[in-house]
Design a protein around this ligand. Structure first.
Ligand SMILES: C[S@@+](CC[C@H](N)C(=O)[O-])C[C@H]1O[C@@H](n2cnc3c(N)ncnc32)[C@H](O)[C@@H]1O
Length: 223
């Protein structure tokens, strides 16, 4: 296990990190004491996972943007909801980690799953693999598409070599370690991206750079 993962699992490290964050964000937490409590209670230190309260709204948005009947999105949400095998595969990897929740919470990633199922892309690109939770859902959607005859592939990018620990090797998946500002141009040169998930750093320079790559790749971009 990489040393960064081991460090985050130490109780002392996590207590110090939380105390520091509480102090730095004290003015924010003062206005939202429930958020502070939730933060203290949570096992997670970063990239917090959660369910979303407006899943219906997300589903309506996707149906609207893709011009499909809302019941098709509803069907895909059920398909994911009922995918016990996927949840269990992820939970088996999450449970030993004291700095992550025991069960995967998909949150907004449900929308990514539905989009990939509906668009049936040949190429999905994700920037920001992190643990690999979103990647796992995107890959699952591609697997289901392939069962229905639409084959696609998924390169996922992260600057952190320790990222993607939730993932297994898979023929449709390519994990690229590096700064997207450097590696996206060469990896996506001349290729058409059907779905683009921009979930890496949101600093202006990084976003702008990713955005230029999307355009250059003649992407039908989704971020
Ligand atoms: C919000 S997390 C991604 C969450 C993930 N997509 C998911 O579904 O859980 C952001 C990730 O972007 C990565 N990142 C930040 N800046 C980057 C860059 N310039 N190039 C590549 N990866 C970057 C971070 O290492 C981090 O793992």
């Amino acid at each position: 296990m990489p040393s960064s993962h081991l460090r985050k699992q130490s109780r002392l490290y996590r207590a110090v990190a939380k105390a520091r964050t509480l102090w730095v964000l004290r003015s924010v937490f003062a206005k939202q004491p429930r958020a502070a409590l939730e933060y203290v209670r949570s096992e997670e230190l970063d990239n917090f996972t959660y369910e979303i309260g407006n899943e219906e709204e997300l589903a309506r948005f996707i149906a609207d943007v893709l011009g499909v009947a809302p019941r098709r999105v509803a069907h895909l949400r059920c398909e994911l909801q009922e995918d016990i095998a996927l949840r269990e595969r992820l939970a088996v990897k999450l449970r030993p980690r004291t700095d992550r929740r025991d069960e995967p919470l998909f949150g907004r990633r449900i929308g990514w799953y539905c989009m990939v199922r509906l668009v049936k892309p040949s190429l999905v690109v994700e920037t920001g693999t992190h643990d690999g939770l979103g990647t796992a859902l995107l890959l699952r959607a591609l697997e289901r598409n392939a069962e229905e005859g639409s084959v696609g592939r998924l390169p996922t990018f992260d600057i952190d070599a320790a990222s993607g620990w939730l993932l297994e090797e898979h023929a449709m998946l390519e994990r690229v370690v590096g700064d997207t500002r450097k590696v996206l141009p060469r990896t996506l040169k001349g290729v058409a991206v059907d779905v683009f998930i921009h979930d890496s750093a949101t600093r202006t320079s990084t976003s702008a750079s990713s955005s230029r790559q999307r355009s250059r790749a003649r992407a039908n971009a989704w971020s």
